[in-house]
Design a protein around this ligand. Structure first.
Ligand code: GYE
Length: 326
């Protein structure tokens, strides 16, 4: 009797949820299943090896978690991301996840998602919105810490010398969290010793082509560069081409520190062309799907989930290169 009653109740509940949920505009993407969820994901672009690995991780993880993924590539433009988010709101997805290309200017669209009762998860990059109720959680790296690690390596590398160390910096996309934070963390560490001088700092937009172009200009303007700090591997790899083109030896004439540790970067590190890489993991997909399921189920999630990461020297790169996933 109890069993029969329970079955009847759950059937009734199912029926209600079914008609209530899929009625109206139709085609909400929920595929009629009780717990299948639809995620709208607004990606930054395809600017780097890191981004490619991140996109693959999200797509693979969605598949294995049984999450229906609606994916868009914003080509590094905030207006495209805002458009994508608005379309996900219109389509009434269950959850929106995105990696904000820049930190500022998200309040309006995030408010629209909140008003539509669609939870938002920030992944990889943060926003600077004062109202943290506009999103459920932020999953990603600690970029300030990455900048600090880059600075610490430099301080150790030059601990015995007292001459000036001339540094050039290739910044990531202007206004992005990783560019702002990697700059700040690095600065915080090197400023303790006045021998470290950043003689030029410019954006290379996280791409290889821009990294090469800007490094060429740096090399023309400054004959005395000792160190390059690039906010990602791709810009560092572009800069290596510029350095070789100028007849200098990357890794020796100019020491190079980068961030990410994607395969091409690790190869250059193992080959001695890069001196040190701070890891930034793009494999956020599985954790993202996990958080999405919890958020959609109305469960509590931590406000911040930080990715675990390490650093690599040339020797360490040689050891792990063959097992690198991305
Ligand atoms: O370091 C860079 C990419 O936001 C952490 O974006 C990400 C950065 C990554 O283009 O390669």
């Amino acid at each position: 009797m109890v069993l029969a009653g329970l079955t009847a109740m759950s059937l009734a509940a199912c029926g209600d949820a079914g008609s209530g949920g899929s009625g109206g505009s139709g085609g909400s993407g929920g595929s009629g299943g009780g717990d299948a969820i639809t995620m709208g994901f607004a990606q930054v672009g395809a600017e780097s090896g890191w981004r490619t690995a991140n996109t693959k991780s999200v797509q693979d993880a969605a598949k294995s978690a049984g999450v229906t993924l609606k994916f868009s590539d914003a080509q590094q433009k905030q207006e495209n991301q805002i458009k994508a988010i608005r379309s996900y709101i219109q389509q009434r997805v269950d959850v929106i996840a995105f990696s904000p290309v820049v930190e500022s200017g998200w309040d309006t669209v995030l408010k629209e998602a909140k008003d539509a009762n669609i939870p938002v998860i920030l992944t990889d990059r943060a926003v600077d919105s004062a109202d943290t109720s506009l999103y459920k959680t932020f999953l990603g790296s600690d970029f300030v810490e990455e900048g600090r690690k880059a600075g610490q390596w430099l301080v150790e590398e030059y601990q015995d010398g007292s001459e000036t160390v001339n540094i050039v910096e290739l910044q990531g996309t202007t206004g992005s969290a990783p560019a702002n934070d990697r700059k700040a963390g690095f600065q915080e560490i090197i400023q303790a010793d006045p021998k470290f001088k950043i003689i030029a700092s410019q954006t290379g937009d996280f791409t290889r082509a821009k990294g090469k172009e800007v490094m060429e200009a740096f090399l023309k303007a400054h004959p005395d560069i000792d160190v390059l700090y690039a906010h990602n591997d791709d810009m560092g790899l572009g800069a290596i081409e510029a350095i070789e083109g100028a007849g200098k030896v990357p890794g020796q004439d100019i020491k190079i520190i980068t961030v990410d540790a994607v395969r091409d970067g690790m190869q250059a590190l193992a080959d001695g062309k890069i001196n040190f890489i701070v890891e930034c993991s793009p494999l956020l997909g599985p954790q993202l799907m996990d958080l999405a399921k919890k958020v959609v189920a109305g469960q509590q999630v931590p406000a911040r989930v930080v990715t675990e990461e390490t650093t690599f020297t040339q020797e360490q790169a040689k050891q792990v290169l063959s097992t690198r996933q991305y």
